[in-house]
Design a protein around this ligand. Structure first.
Ligand SMILES: *[C@@H]1O[C@H](CO)[C@@H](O)[C@H](O)[C@H]1NC(C)=O
Ligand SMILES: *[C@@H]1O[C@H](CO)[C@@H](O)[C@H](O)[C@H]1NC(C)=O
Ligand SMILES: *[C@@H]1O[C@H](CO)[C@@H](O)[C@H](O)[C@H]1NC(C)=O
Ligand SMILES: *[C@@H]1O[C@H](CO)[C@@H](O)[C@H](O)[C@H]1NC(C)=O
Length: 467
């Protein structure tokens, strides 16, 4: 697995080489705009970046997101309607053409990166969607921005985590400094579909290691993404679990202990039957269900050790500072589990969630909380402390997890990290045969490139198989 991930990363680093092979003219020019279509499960966000490099090609990249607009439909909605997707993409491209000055269009690279929403489909189905999108975006009549085949893809969950890690640490001015790796912050991210953990442990990494090349240095990061452990999918899983447990007898309703009393909803089970789910607000029972999803694997099946969830290896979080972002923010905030520095207190969160879960929906709505969050904060309020303490291994009294969405007012966004990595890969690249770009001391870089060249054949084999 780890080897595969490394190979994949190296494949990305060698993509410039393959583009040249394919006779394409693709380089990130000195133009300072770049676009990422962040294709999530609830919509696509057009994120436009502007950057400069005042100190030359090895100096700090100064980058800002200058535009962020959400388009409501998701590319997932087109997975079985490939013929209709051009119309949708054109809406986004039209907006992008307005924001980026027209003289820069042909020099500003565009990427489409899809996240957890597409990871639930079988590879071949998702690959068809991705290649349909690439064919449209690569057509210069339809899209004036240069697009590279590797630039239209579904991110692995680990890439998503690593990019968020890059964004957080970039905003803290970690790169292009002499700060030791121990001063990097770890990142905990939770979206609707998956949750990610990424950090530089202070012990060796035995699996799931991602090398990140930025600021003329390589950082070895441990990263893992758990699909179906994001906020929305976790809530759905609890319902599915309850329905499956109630079988084999036919049921048309189940009680959900993670939902508040007075709340109810309908879900469609795997056989297509509608099942009414009724809240019973029982924190103890809710926690039992959550713990089933979070259980660590049996000793015999956990290699290398230690394991976090199931058989997934994770080195110790040690005393490292973590930023918990996106869906990690809301429930702790509402439940009063953050101190004045926004540090998350797992014990208070669990206690206050236990209290919150026992209130009726009507009571919390009267207290000013929008109804849609009533049950969500019960389930998330119990889930998050268990995830941190029982799965990730933070001590219950940890003061190392900061729930924060931004650094100095700038949002920590994986897309920022992704853009930085893309710029760095192409600008300091790399396996250019001219040899002119080599810094005399960069033996390490040189050897990385040699390994990369060695792996190109294997990469091509993999790409050939997938695309
Ligand atoms: C690009 O798009 C235009 C307009 O839809 C179409 O006429 C043309 O055939 C496309 N080119 C390629 C290479 O697909
Ligand atoms: C389900 O919720 C609706 C409001 O969303 C409420 O009117 C209805 O009485 C509830 N039904 C049950 C059985 O709790
Ligand atoms: C959370 O619990 C703490 C003590 O355990 C209490 O002081 C605080 O008011 C509670 N906050 C909420 C929002 O319930
Ligand atoms: C957490 O608890 C342990 C053991 O009870 C203690 O040694 C440690 O100092 C505590 N840490 C913090 C940050 O309070």
């Amino acid at each position: 697995m780890a080897a595969m991930l490394m190979v994949f990363l190296l494949c990305v680093t060698t993509s410039v080489g393959s583009a040249v092979d394919a006779g394409m003219d693709y380089t990130i020019p000195s133009s300072q705009y770049g676009l990422i279509l962040d294709a999530g499960s609830s919509g696509t966000k057009l994120k436009i970046f502007n950057w400069k490099r005042p100190y030359g090609s090895r100096g700090r990249i100064e980058i800002k997101m200058i535009h962020n607009k959400k388009f409501k439909a998701s590319i997932n909605d087109y997975i079985y309607k490939l013929n209709d997707i051009n119309e949708y993409l054109q809406l986004i491209i039209k907006q992008a053409k307005i924001v980026v000055p027209s003289s820069e269009h042909s020099k500003s690279p565009l990427f489409l990166m899809a996240t957890a929403g597409l990871r639930i489909y079988p590879g071949p189905t998702a690959a068809k969607l991705i290649s349909a999108i690439y064919n449209l975006l690569a057509n210069r009549t339809l899209c004036p921005f240069p697009v590279h085949a590797e630039g239209v893809r579904i991110l692995s969950g680990e890439e998503e985590g690593v990019y968020a890690w890059v964004a957080a640490n970039y905003l803290r001015n970690f790169f292009w400094s002499d700060k030791p790796p121990s001063q990097a912050v770890g990142v905990l991210e939770m979206g609707g579909g998956s949750t990610q953990i990424a950090f530089i442990p202070d012990e060796p990494i035995y699996a799931n290691m991602f090398p990140v090349w930025l600021g003329s240095q390589t950082y070895n990061i441990y990263a893992h993404s758990y699909l179906f452990y994001g906020q929305n999918y976790m809530l759905n899983r609890i319902n599915n679990y309850l329905i499956i447990k109630a079988r084999p007898r036919f049921i048309d309703s189940v009680e959900n202990p993670c939902m508040l009393k007075g709340d109810n909803t309908s879900v469609v089970d795997s056989a297509g039957n509608s099942v009414h789910v009724i809240g019973s607000g029982d924190p103890e029972k809710c926690l039992q269900i959550i713990n089933i999803f979070l259980e660590s694997g049996e000793e015999d099946f956990c290699h290398p050790k230690p394991c976090a969830i199931g058989r997934t290896y994770q080195p110790s979080v040690g005393g490292i500072i973590f930023y918990a972002i996106s869906a990690f923010l809301h429930a702790p905030r509402h439940l009063g589990a953050l101190d004045s520095l926004n540090r998350l207190n797992a014990r208070v969160m669990k206690e206050n969630a236990t209290e919150h879960c026992q209130k009726s929906l009507q009571t919390v709505v009267e207290g000013g909380l929008p109804a849609e969050y009533g049950s969500e904060y019960c389930a998330m309020g119990l889930y998050i402390p268990s995830l941190l303490v029982d799965a990730y291994g933070f001590p219950e009294n940890t003061t190392s997890v900061y729930a924060t969405e931004s650094v100095d007012g700038v949002t920590i966004d994986w897309a920022l990290g992704a853009m930085l990595i893309e710029i760095e890969l192409r600008e300091t690249n790399s396996c250019d045969t001219s040899g002119s770009g080599w810094p005399s001391s960069s033996i390490y870089l040189y050897s990385v490139c040699l390994i990369a060249i060695y792996l190109v054949a294997y990469c091509k084999y993999i790409h050939g198989a997938v695309l």
